[in-house]
Design a protein around this ligand. Structure first.
Ligand SMILES: [Zn+2]
Length: 387
């Protein structure tokens, strides 16, 4: 039996449109195609890729959802932190330190940040990413990639997302040099932050791609020394849409005379706002106001079902308002200021498209949507296990 290795390398936000007109590993990875994004905000993509399921199944659509009973932020309810000067309390470092305290208190192992959610609102909400999504049982009861690898007893390596991408790449090269693993998932995420900052048109993007290319070449030469054959796939979750305008959705809703927590609650992500109503009057008033907000649309049940984000129990809200591609909600609960680039718009928009690059063609499966990567990973893992 020939000893081979299959590596899936994830590059956050390496969109199809980001690669367009640029050079990136054409010889090593000649088989490439655009891939549909999963509808949703930042925390949707990874669970979808690691399970091959839609958010309706794995439940990760956005960080915050209404659940005051189980809110890990209950302690903030009476602390009065929102009375403190916002110049201090809204600083990223202050919120990051407070997030770390909450994370430690509850032993959360996932990516946990409270972002810019106001302190006097936190206690209404629960936070979805409490566990490490990459380890076995991380998305339980939905089986994830690690569960699949353990079940099939395949020697493998999955990156530690807490490390820098450079550390992860070097760690993977070291693993490859030992020659024991047969399957690997290499996680890199710095491209996302860069694109948020400089957009897909930034001159820094080609430099960054060249940097990845150098690392991938180094990885491949290590593979060639220690394995007889390999399959390498570069995958991403979405692209990046350049800022074209902002809408103060939050300000408009808060000017309606309704009481937050009593009449309704809302979460304002960068590209969508979600609402829960506690009486019919609030529902009517808010729906009327939302219909008037320019450059946005209220998503209907058919659209939500099509994208696998329809929840019978309204877990993520009763109404979803989605902004037009390029238009961000400012301020929002993720940040006070819009960023130069953002994702989380309609998956149908070209800038939302993810990318799949392969060292070999995938003939037995179609890859239309990012969740389809999982099918490819699964069939590869089962093939290794059957040897
Ligand atoms: Zn991002």
């Amino acid at each position: 039996m020939k000893k081979d290795i299959t590596i899936f390398m994830f590059i956050d936000a390496m969109g199809w449109e980001v690669l367009k007109g640029r050079t990136f590993l054409e010889e090593l990875l000649p088989y490439r195609q655009p891939v549909g994004m999963q509808f949703g905000y930042s925390c949707t993509a990874i669970p979808t890729i690691l399970t091959g399921e839609r958010p309706a199944e794995h439940k990760h659509l956005s960080f915050y959802y209404y659940n005051p009973e189980d809110s890990p932020f209950k302690m903030f309810k009476n602390l009065g932190l929102h009375y403190l000067p916002s110049v201090i309390m809204d600083r990223w470092r202050v919120r990051h330190q407070l997030s770390k305290i909450v994370k430690k208190m509850y032993n959360f192992t996932g990516y946990f940040e409270m972002y810019a959610m106001p302190f006097n609102r936190l206690h209404y909400f629960d936070y979805i990413e409490k566990t490490d999504l990459f380890v076995a049982g991380g998305l339980s009861p939905t089986p994830n990639l690690a569960d699949l690898l353990v079940k099939n007893n395949v020697p493998h390596s999955i990156s530690n997302w807490r490390l820098t991408e450079e550390q992860n790449i070097e760690a993977m090269i070291d693993q490859v040099k030992q020659g024991d693993i047969r399957f690997a998932f290499l996680y890199t995420a710095a491209m996302d932050g860069l694109l948020h900052r400089v957009t897909k048109d930034g001159k820094e993007i080609q430099e960054k791609l060249d940097w990845y290319a150098g690392k991938v070449e180094k990885l491949v030469s290590a593979i060639k020394e220690h394995y007889e054959d390999y399959s390498l796939f570069l995958i991403s979750d979405h692209g990046m849409t350049t800022l074209t305008g902002t809408q103060d959705v939050k300000g408009k809703i808060e000017g309606l005379g309704l009481e937050f927590g009593k009449d309704y609650v809302a979460v304002y992500d960068s590209t969508m706002a979600r609402f829960w109503y506690f009486n019919d009057k609030a529902r009517t008033i808010i729906l009327e106001a939302l219909a008037e907000i320019p450059q946005s649309s209220i998503l209907d049940e058919e659209y939500l079902r099509k994208h696998g984000v329809w929840f019978e129990d309204k877990l993520f809200g009763e109404t979803y308002l989605l902004m037009e591609p390029g238009v961000q909600i400012e301020p929002c609960d993720m940040g006070r200021k819009a960023l130069a680039g953002m994702h989380g718009f309609a998956p149908e928009h070209p800038d939302s498209m993810a990318a799949f690059l392969g060292s070999e063609p995938i003939n037995d499966q179609e890859i239309n949507w990012v969740g389809d990567y999982f099918k490819v990973m699964k069939s590869r893992i089962e093939k290794i296990a059957a040897e």
